[in-house]
Design a protein around this ligand. Structure first.
Ligand SMILES: Cc1cc2nc3c(=O)[nH]c(=O)nc-3n(C[C@H](O)[C@H](O)[C@H](O)COP(=O)(O)OP(=O)(O)OC[C@H]3O[C@@H](n4cnc5c(N)ncnc54)[C@H](O)[C@@H]3O)c2cc1C
Length: 309
């Protein structure tokens, strides 16, 4: 019930100023973001990999309206991919990229710039021995992101896609993307979306998630089941058995800091589990989406703001 108001509030410049005065070391930020540097990201990755988990790293930043900032983001990805390779972690670590952080929203030729920048990151990932997944953002970017994905897959077929079950269109998108070799992360969706394009009721989103799971798990691609929802995890496991899928022919994904015990329990039972690990200084939008999903955290969050140094 509180999700949409929190997402709306997060767009206020005043709220942003207040929240970003929080030191990154405050519990509420480090609970979701292990640090701001690539060293911190690699070190957190090593810890998770040692525990039997895989990771996907996200250099935080979105809605870039500055070409130089987009280039700096590309450079950060290239740097972290090299660091992961040097650390010998790329068998278990890939990266997730938001196209809006690498130029998609630029007023002139944003789509083309994002495609070229994504190509640079895919090349660096392949050289490092790993892959890229394109995060999905608000519905105004879905067509552009899927078009970039189609172009990228001509040269880098290993590139992963993300689909959001709350969008009415997503069942059709699942059907189009459930082909051999196609890596598809299915999530519920984290943005404030209008009724014209998205289910508003949690139950309807959950039902759509299950319909999409059926299409992806019955299909020939590689489904990546991104959810913390115990019911969805259970349903995905039983659908995988029903469709004769062995463990490791699909994977579960959860966010850093959320249900860490469950992440380890699933991995210990033989499932592949990948943790989405965000890092960097631009943690505001990410943190606000997480708070909107978990209003129980609001009182802890308010205390952090009141007691901030
Ligand atoms: C790996 C990954 C990548 C993602 N990438 C994208 C993306 O590219 N685009 C996008 O729009 N969204 C993305 N998301 C976010 C996603 O869309 C949802 O907003 C988010 O995952 C919350 O939905 P949920 O499936 O966990 O279920 P919810 O409906 O939020 O929660 C269902 C149940 O899960 C459990 N749960 C949820 N959160 C917690 C918690 N903090 N602690 C304990 N239990 C909890 C509770 O039992 C809760 O009742 C991603 C999520 C993951 C896990």
């Amino acid at each position: 019930m509180l999700r949409q108001p929190i997402l709306l509030l997060s767009r206020s410049a005043q709220v942003k100023r207040l929240v970003t005065t929080l030191p990154v070391t405050s519990g509420i930020v480090t609970g979701y973001v292990p640090g701001e540097t690539s060293d911190a990201a690699v070190s957190a990755s090593r810890g998770l990999i040692d525990d039997g988990l895989d990771v996907t790293l996200d250099f935080l930043g979105e809605d870039t309206l500055d070409a130089q900032q987009a280039e700096a983001t590309v450079a950060a990805y290239v740097e972290v991919l090299k660091a992961l390779s040097v650390a010998g972690l790329t068998r278990h670590a890939e990266v997730s990229v938001k196209l809006s952080a690498i130029g998609q929203a630029l007023p002139d030729h944003g789509h083309k710039i994002a495609l070229e920048n994504a190509r640079t990151i895919c090349r660096a990932a392949r050289n490092a021995g790993t892959t890229v997944t394109l995060d999905m953002e608000d519905h105004t970017t879905t067509d552009s992101t899927l078009a970039v994905l189609r172009d990228l897959r001509k040269d880098f077929p290993e590139t992963g896609a993300v689909l959001q079950a709350y969008l009415h269109r997503t069942e059709d998108d699942c059907r189009s993307l459930a082909y051999e070799g196609s890596r598809v992360r299915l999530c519920k969706g984290a943005y404030h979306e209008p009724e014209s394009v998205a289910f508003q009721d949690k139950l309807d989103v959950d039902k759509s998630y299950v319909r999409c799971l059926k299409i992806l798990l019955a299909g020939d691609g590689y489904p990546m089941v991104a959810t913390h929802d115990p019911r969805m995890v259970e349903i995905a496991s039983s659908l995988a058995s029903r469709y004769g899928r062995a463990q490791q022919t699909y994977e579960f994904q959860m966010l850093y800091g959320i249900r860490p015990g469950e992440q380890r329990r699933l991995a210990a039972s033989g499932e592949k589990v990948r943790v989405y690990l965000p890092y960097g200084g631009e943690w505001y939008g990410y943190l606000m989406r997480r708070l909107a999903e978990r209003p129980q955290n609001l009182s802890f969050f308010a205390k952090s703001l009141i007691s901030k140094k």
